[in-house]
Design a protein around this ligand. Structure first.
Ligand SMILES: *Cc1c(COP(=O)(O)O)cnc(C)c1O
Length: 412
């Protein structure tokens, strides 16, 4: 059970890792847009490179603006060492590269972010890494997939886009039993709603492109761990592979994080109301949202997360065709991949975010062809409701009309 102290979390979003600048007192952390840092003399340069003296040397190895962001997000995750990356996938690939090698085995949640799966399946396989993708919301299936050489258990919860929830504490216990490192992709929740490190995970990562930055204007990622050795291992791989963040990008995320609590709360309030309303619409076959009592892991979500979040998946009666019509009939909700921004986005995983995953694997992971994913933003609820429900009503009329013309008796 995580503890939620909203005021403290809200405060940390604004202040953690930041203090007025020492030179002029600037309240906003300065953007140190410099690739390299001058040394006072040869001795100082040598001391910094040998580690005898703290200080910056070269931006790929560390930068003051980046460090402020890393300290901030690490604190939001409940403490640890943060490593900011150029994208969410740079965080994912750094974790894989640091933890896996020839002969190693990985177990991953089946319905993870598409590229997180294909990277393991296609690229790491070339280096002798084996991987199994299982429904980790079933601890029995996770347990059955673990092997003596399992080095990594990679969890995404709620998963993308099925929103199935994995028990992080129990999964970590099982994984640690075979000596595997547990990495949790916490992008869907942000640290506001879930703290995987408190639940027993070893590493948490984010696509900061999503909720942490929150404005659909930056691509970035981060890794956080409380284990010093793991942090060193991850940092060595990150700076050598070169997936580090640019200071200007880091500053933009730092600015976005300040309103994280406000944004997540507003999006979640809208999502909870929309999810309930969606279940009542005759065109809707199923709604998956961790805040609905019909969600398969409703109780677990309530225990593990401090709120159900702003992501909804749903399936229309009429399958892919109806889903396509919906995406083409909404006006306020924007048809785009990505999530976690202040604006509401709608997308079709089977043809967009998960198109790279083989159809059979998608089906096995519960990503049906008719599934629609909604990332609910901070717009006024009434406007969102009007947009979505007038589109649904329109489709209902069109389909009923079409089927009546064909002489069919439909009941959508
Ligand atoms: C977007 C996303 C990623 C990848 O992040 P990028 O910033 O696009 O590289 C990884 N995991 C999840 C859950 C995501 O939504």
């Amino acid at each position: 059970m995580t503890t939620d102290h909203p005021q403290q979390f809200d405060t940390a979003c604004i202040h953690a890792g930041q203090h007025p600048d020492r030179l002029f007192g600037g309240v906003s952390v300065p953007i140190y847009q410099s690739s390299t840092f001058a040394f006072a003399n040869a001795e100082e340069g040598a001391a910094r490179f040998s580690g005898r003296q703290e200080g910056y040397k070269y931006t790929r190895l560390g930068n003051p603006t980046t460090a402020a962001l890393e300290a901030c997000v690490a604190e939001l995750e409940g403490g640890g060492i943060g490593l900011a990356t150029a994208s969410g996938m740079a965080a994912v690939s750094t974790a894989y590269m640091a933890l896996l090698g020839q002969g190693a085995h990985a177990v991953s949640t089946a319905s993870v972010y598409g590229p997180s799966r294909t990277l393991l399946e296609r690229e790491f396989a070339r280096f002798g890494v084996a991987a199994d993708f299982v429904d980790t919301s079933s601890l029995d299936r996770l347990q059955a997939a673990l092997k003596p050489n399992t080095r990594l258990v990679y969890l995404e919860t709620p998963a993308n886009p099925t929103l199935s929830v994995t028990d992080i504490a129990e999964a970590s216990r099982l994984a640690h039993g075979v000596g595997a490192v547990v990495v949790v992709d916490n992008t869907f929740c942000s640290p506001m709603l879930q703290k995987p490190l408190d639940l027993g995970a070893d590493v948490v990562l984010h696509s900061m492109t999503k909720f942490l930055n929150g404005h659909s204007d930056v691509v970035a990622g981060i890794l956080v761990t409380r284990d010093r050795n793991l942090a060193t291992r991850l940092k060595n791989v990150l700076v050598q592979m070169g997936g580090t963040i640019d200071p200007h990008q880091a500053w933009l995320v730092l600015r976005g994080v300040k309103t994280l609590a406000l944004r997540v709360r507003a999006g979640q309030d809208n999502a909870a109301r929309l999810a309930t309303e969606l279940t009542r619409h005759p065109m809707v076959a199923t709604v998956t949202y961790p805040g609905l009592a019909t969600h398969p892991q409703y109780e677990l979500a309530k225990k593990q997360m401090t709120g159900p979040g702003a992501m909804i998946s749903f399936e229309l009666k009429g399958g892919v065709e109806a889903g396509r019509m919906l995406m083409d009939s909404v006006h306020l909700a924007t048809l785009a991949v990505s999530l976690g921004g202040i604006e509401t986005l709608i997308q079709h995983p089977a043809s967009m975010t998960h198109a790279s995953v083989a159809r059979e694997s998608r089906q096995a992971a519960g990503i049906t062809d008719g599934l629609v994913r909604l990332s609910v933003g901070c717009e006024a609820y009434d406007d969102l409701h009007r947009d979505l429900f007038s589109a649904l009503d329109g489709i209902q009329q069109k389909m009923a009309g079409g089927e009546a013309e064909a002489g069919l008796n439909v009941n959508v």
